[in-house]
Structure formats: structure tokens, C-alpha cells
Design a protein around this ligand. Structure first.
Ligand SMILES: [Zn+2]
Length: 239
């Protein structure tokens, strides 16, 4: 199925981020297969075994051993009119490299089968064994998903609802005022030697990370602001 909305919320945001990056590099991608049912996975497994064609997967449906069944993977295709699987110009390798740059795993790094259109969340490794032993079935795993992060839009412009420290990583070190670039200083005050981003300061949201239940957003400038902190909304969308 091609419904991005059925994927893990973190992956949905990563897809938006990857699409922005690809667009910037002139790589036009489409999103293909997302979540896969047991029957769909069995049909793929039969291909190259009991049905004609090349083998495309080593994962049987009933074993839940495809990442697609866990909602943590999607396939992309080439969408620039040159053929969906045309590899000219190292199209798939370039998209795979961008995916890895934003912390995703790429099936092009696999050995058997090499799966260049496949991209996945790598928090649980490159196979589904950690998920299977932790949750048993995809249903149980999906009930743990945090959907609140979907209220945020990658590429959107946000404003802070309170003054806040800027961080070098999610929940990480605070940015020293003396090290801050001028365009950040212009939107900040100095507090204990650190940058305090003003209430109402605008930023473009590029990435979201969850640390111990708090949500952090990476701004275009690379610094991190709290989006949802101690159960309170700290940034609201304005565009
Ligand atoms: Zn795939």
C-alpha cells in the first residue's frame, strides 16, 4: 500500500525531510510501497519461488520479517519521467546517501537482496528480529507509536511561545552566546552566558526528535529548540 499515513510517525516526518532534501538536489522521487499486509508480503515471497519473476524478498508474510510489515520502511521510485527504476546518474545511490545523512537506513547497503529503493528507520537494526522479540506482532508495536509528532510540519515556519535556550543537539548542550552567529543573536537575549531565543522568534522546522518524551526541533540554522516540553507546547506554527 502507498499510504504514507500508515507508517511510523517518525518515518512520516523523515519522508517529508527527505523529500525536501531531494528536491534541493534536483532528485525527483515518488513514494511507493509503504505498509504491507501478510497477504501482500506472501505474494511477494512467492515471486521467484512458486511464481515467475526474480526473487524480491527473503521475508515470508506470516513471520513478520519484512520491515514493511512493521511500518518502519518505504520504497521510493524515480519520478522525473526517465523510468521509475532507471539507475542512470546513480539516482538511487544519491537518494540513499541523503537518507543516510538524515539518520535513515538504506537497503542499497544490504547484500542479499540489494534493495536500492528501500529506506527504513534503523532504530531497531537492519532486520526485524529486535521488533519481533520485543513486540511479537506489528499490531502491538503500532499501539506504542507517538502520533503527536504528526502535529508538526517539516519545512513549516514556527514561533516560540516562551523564551528558550538553543541547544547543539536534542536536549543537549546550550549554545554559548559568544559562539552564536549574528542572525541568532538578533533574535535572542543573553542569559547566564547562553543564548536565550526570544518569545515569538520565528524559525523553520527541519527535523523532530523525541528525547524522554520531550520533542525537540532542529531549525534551519542547525540549532535545536524545544517544541513540546514538560507536556507544554513551546512552539506554534505560523506558516
Ligand atoms: Zn522495501
Amino acid at each position: 500500500m502507498r499510504d504514507i499515513k500508515q507508517l511510523h510517525p517518525q518515518l512520516q516526518l523523515k519522508i517529508a525531510e527527505l523529500q525536501l532534501l531531494c528536491k534541493k538536489k534536483g532528485l525527483n522521487i515518488g513514494i511507493g510501497e509503504c505498509l504491507r499486509t501478510v497477504a501482500e508480503q506472501d505474494a511477494l515471497y512467492a515471486q521467484g519461488r512458486t511464481k515467475p519473476g526474480n526473487k524480491v524478498t527473503n521475508a515470508k508474510g506470516s513471520t513478520y520479517s519484512s520491515q514493511h510489515q512493521w511500518g518502519i520502511a518505504f520504497d521510493f521510485y524515480r519520478n522525473d519521467g526517465k523510468g521509475a527504476y532507471n539507475e542512470a546518474g546513480d539516482f538511487f545511490g544519491r537518494v540513499g546517501a541523503l537518507a543516510k545523512q538524515i539518520g535513515l537506513g538504506w537497503g542499497g547497503d544490504w547484500k542479499s537482496p540489494v534493495d536500492k529503493p528501500h529506506i527504513y528507520l534503523k532504530e531497531w537494526g537492519s532486520t526485524t528480529s529486535a521488533l519481533r522479540s520485543a513486540y511479537g506482532t506489528p499490531d502491538k508495536f503500532m499501539r506504542t507509536w507517538d502520533k503527536t509528532i504528526l502535529n508538526y510540519r517539516i519545512g513549516g515556519t514556527y514561533r516560540t511561545t516562551k523564551p528558550c535556550y538553543l541547544r547543539l543537539s536534542p536536549a543537549g548542550k546550550k549554545l554559548d552566546y559568544k559562539n552564536a552567529p549574528d542572525h541568532i543573536k538578533a533574535k535572542s537575549t543573553k542569559k547566564g552566558g547562553k543564548v536565550s531565543f526570544r518569545k515569538g522568534a520565528a524559525f523553520t522546522l527541519m527535523e523532530i526528535a523525541n528525547k524522554s518524551g520531550n520533542l525537540w526541533g532542529r531549525m534551519k540554522t542547525g540549532y535545536w529548540v524545544p517544541l513540546h516540553y514538560n507536556s507544554a507546547l513551546r512552539a506554534i506554527i505560523c506558516k
